[in-house]
Ligand binder design. Structure first.
Ligand SMILES: Cc1cc2nc3c(=O)[nH]c(=O)nc-3n(C[C@H](O)[C@H](O)[C@H](O)COP(=O)(O)OP(=O)(O)OC[C@H]3O[C@@H](n4cnc5c(N)ncnc54)[C@H](O)[C@@H]3O)c2cc1C
Length: 407
């Protein structure tokens, strides 16, 4: 009679399990040495200072102001922008910084992206020389924090043709009226870039509005968010706000100039989404290596390995895509359609990846305590802000078909 094979028991690992590593194709190493050092500095800060406290702030819907001195000390304000006290470096460095931040927390990446990306680049691209000299150095030092006010309560995806906030010129002063919803950093920051329609020529213009000293400017914090809870989003009301002509972005003439800023920042959201997926994957892998079921680590199960492999494939595909985007950007070839494809693809893959990460953690993926729940919820906001998935695909669809599906 044939003897039955011995039951398989958990083999003793011969060597320690590999630590989770989501930079599988070693992208960081493609940077010049001094830029690798910046990325490593950001990673060390995120892991040592942000990771231990961020879940508590996330649960409480609060911003960790205690971290601001350390963020200032990183000296990365205006990364990717040259001159005016900005950090400089290329789009690849700026992207990798966004990715490293989001790998630990998407809210910190968003806070920084709104300030250093959206607000600062609005002035960088749309400001006069004098405006850049005045505003960018203190913003690069994070002494003045900025926000970007485009979306309105009744106008989101349709912002290009549908802004209802108005600007009326009276001599050397502009009178601005309207509301802006969802504006990140607005409840506490110093400077808002407000996009409004000029009543005279019907064109969209940008204004630098000082939150704390402009009469008629009020902000109400948006409550009860289910994602990116650390970012403080505001509903801004502008009631006969008087803004001097010297605070109108002098080089901006129309929506085309607003879109130029969005092109660059959508590219950054691709990096953030990639980082968010990396963080979820690393946390889920570590959990799977430690969590035992049926007497074995769940990471040893074939179906769990399938999920983890698909997650890493999503991440690696996104990383390769954003690195090529950085090359296009550096060559001055990045178009709205390039940025749209990148934002749509990376945020969709992020959303898929964080959902698999949550699945790997079982019930513990539903609570914030294991981090994965936070990545899972935050990915929803990345998927939607700076233009939804559908809007990105309409921009791309127009470019590849030559036919606009916009109304
Ligand atoms: C956490 C967070 C932070 C944000 N931060 C900022 C900020 O700092 N500054 C700022 O200005 N804005 C900010 N936003 C706003 C964000 O950019 C908008 O939410 C986004 O552009 C979508 O607009 P909406 O929410 O009004 O949705 P809607 O435009 O009402 O869209 C709802 C749905 O309809 C779909 N849809 C709309 N039009 C079409 C169409 N033509 N064809 C097919 N589908 C369509 C959309 O894809 C979406 O699925 C933030 C949003 C969030 C959630």
């Amino acid at each position: 009679m044939a003897t039955l094979p011995k039951p398989i028991t958990m083999p003793k690992p011969q060597k320690p399990l590999p630590p989770p590593n989501s930079d599988f194709y070693e992208l960081v190493e493609t940077l010049p040495a001094e830029e690798v050092a910046v990325v490593k500095q950001v990673r060390a800060f995120m892991e040592s200072k942000v990771a231990p406290i961020i879940t508590k702030y996330w649960i409480e819907d609060a911003f960790p102001f205690e971290l601001l001195p350390d963020i200032k000390a990183l000296n990365i304000g205006g990364v990717g922008l040259e001159g005016y006290g900005c950090k400089g470096g290329g789009g690849l460095l700026a992207g990798l910084v966004a990715m490293e931040m989001a790998r630990v927390d998407s809210s910190i990446a968003t806070f920084f992206g709104v300030h250093s990306g959206l607000a600062m680049s609005s002035i960088y691209y749309g400001g006069s020389e004098q405006q850049k000299q005045k505003w960018l150095p203190p913003m690069a030092r994070l002494e003045k924090i900025g926000c970007f006010g485009l979306t309105e309560p009744l106008t989101g995806s349709g912002a290009a043709g549908g802004l209802t906030t108005t600007a009326k010129r009276e001599g050397e002063t502009w009178i601005i009226n309207g509301q802006k919803r969802w504006i990140g950093n607005a409840p506490w920051c110093d400077v808002s870039i407000i996009w409004a329609r000029d009543l005279t020529d019907n064109q969209v213009k940008g204004f630098i509005v000082e939150n704390k000293t402009t009469p008629g400017f009020t902000v109400e914090k948006i409550q009860n968010k289910i994602g990116l809870k650390v970012v403080q989003n505001g509903l801004i009301t502008l009631e006969n706000c008087r803004v001097p002509e010297e605070n109108r972005l002098q080089a901006d003439e129309s929506w085309r100039d607003t879109a130029k800023v969005l092109r660059g920042t959508r590219y950054f959201v691709s990096w953030e989404a990639t980082g968010c997926a990396m963080g979820a994957y690393e946390n889920a892998l570590k959990y799977a290596q430690e969590r035992l079921q049926f007497g074995k680590p769940i990471a040893s199960f074939q179906l769990v390995q399938d999920l983890l492999s698909k997650m890493l494939a999503n991440i690696t595909a996104s990383q390769c895509l954003v690195v090529r985007m950085a090359q296009l950007e550096a060559e001055g070839k990045m178009t709205d359609a390039h940025a749209a494809l990148s934002k749509a693809f990376c945020t969709a893959k992020c959303r898929e990846t964080v959902a698999w990460a949550r699945e790997v953690c079982g019930g513990n993926g539903i609570v914030a305590d294991y981090n994965v729940g936070r990545f899972f919820a935050d990915a929803e906001a990345l998927y939607t802000y700076e233009g939804t998935y559908q809007i990105q695909n309409l921009i791309l669809g127009k470019a590849i078909t030559g036919l606009s599906a916009f109304l």
